[in-house]
Design a protein around this ligand. Structure first.
Ligand SMILES: Nc1nc2c(ncn2[C@@H]2O[C@H](COP(=O)(O)OP(=O)(O)OP(=O)(O)O)[C@@H](O)[C@H]2O)c(=O)[nH]1
Ligand SMILES: [Mg+2]
Length: 315
């Protein structure tokens, strides 16, 4: 067993932090560590929270932490967003509020910037969540901002995906265009104290009619005012109901397997790339000069690299 895995098993929080850094930086013994912690995972509820910048994701996460702690549950948070208050970004107010949780051993908060993610952000996020799960947190919240492809990939690793929308924001069209509709398990209308709630609710329902009309599960819509601590009970109930649905319908196992397959391919791709790159570097990138002089094309160069790899090593 990897020494860090042992220390994680003994609930040493510093070891968890170190292990995440090790995974993020793709250290040589990273796969050993991940192999050790894989069977230690306890099946935490992995919850993705996504939405436009400023939708109130961090405020919600912040409130959810307190809410869940009051229920006796432990919580880990991964904030995948370089501008998030968690990572020392924009909003000082949120950071000050987060300070309440920093001294609580039942809460662990980690931010993932775009730096230090050599294997791709979605891969390092998944590994971070696995490490947190192995440590034994009950609930793991993954906050991502935006509606790009990498956010979509990150959200796919969650058991339950909550999409946060605001009244009067025109978010719905964005969400629809970005393909987020398909992966949303739950809609949160946050800032429900602002005008335009009925219109937003109608837009969401219309969109659900379109996209989910033949789906066995229709994502519920809950309203929250995170600044006033309102709607958290409903939000949590909806998340628990979704988790129950995943188990009863078998959908959870299907998603898990799809995720595992994707993870295998990500690791293989990364490891092969690393090996090829290292080998080529050592042999002086023989094809690079050819490319520069126009003596080869990228496809022939790639083909030759792959052919070379398939030759027996002792030749
Ligand atoms: N009126 C109102 N304001 C809110 C509510 N929730 C959050 N806010 C405010 O909205 C602003 C943005 O909140 P954040 O929680 O930082 O939003 P975020 O989605 O995490 O933002 P990014 O991480 O920057 O994308 C803050 O000023 C909050 O105080 C709400 O329910 N009602
Ligand atoms: Mg935030």
């Amino acid at each position: 067993m990897h020494p860090l895995a042992k220390r994680i098993q003994q609930k040493e929080e510093r070891a968890l932090a170190k292990a995440i850094t090790l995974a993020e930086n793709s250290e040589a013994d990273k796969l050993e560590l991940l192999k050790s912690i894989y069977p230690m995972q306890k099946g935490a509820h992995w919850i993705g929270i996504t939405g436009s910048p400023g939708a109130g994701k961090s405020s919600l996460v912040n409130r959810l932490i307190s809410f869940l702690r009051n229920k006796g549950l432990t919580v880990a948070v991964v904030a995948v967003d370089p501008t998030s208050p968690f990572s020392g970004g924009s909003i000082l107010g949120d950071r000050v509020r987060m300070a309440d949780h920093f001294t609580d051993p039942g809460v662990f908060i980690r931010s993932m910037g775009t730096r230090g993610s050599l294997g791709g952000l979605s891969r390092s996020t998944k590994e971070t969540v696995r490490l947190m799960d192995a440590y034994g947190f009950d609930v793991i919240l993954i906050e991502t901002v935006g509606v790009g492809q990498s956010e979509l990939d990150i959200m796919k690793l969650a058991d339950s995906v909550a999409v946060v929308l605001n009244p009067g924001s025109g978010d719905v069209v964005q969400v629809f265009k970005a393909g987020i509709m398909e992966i949303a398990d739950l809609f949160v209308v946050n800032k429900a104290d602002m005008p335009g709630v009925p219109k937003l609710l109608a837009e969401i329902e219309a969109m659900l009619d379109l996209v989910k009309h033949d789906s066995p599960y229709r994502p519920p819509v809950v309203q929250t005012i995170s600044t006033e601590n309102k709607g958290l009970e409903e939000l949590w109930d909806a998340l628990l109901a979704h988790k129950a649905y995943l188990i009863e319908s078998g959908e959870g196992s299907i998603r898990k397997l799809a995720n595992l397959k994707r993870e295998v391919m990500e690791v293989v791709q990364h490891e092969i790339f690393q090996q090829v790159w290292t080998d080529e570097k050592e042999s002086g990138f023989s094809w690079l000069a050819d490319l520069e002089q126009g003596n080869t094309d990228p496809y022939t160069a790639a083909e030759q690299i792959l052919l070379q790899r398939n030759q027996p090593a002792d030749k």
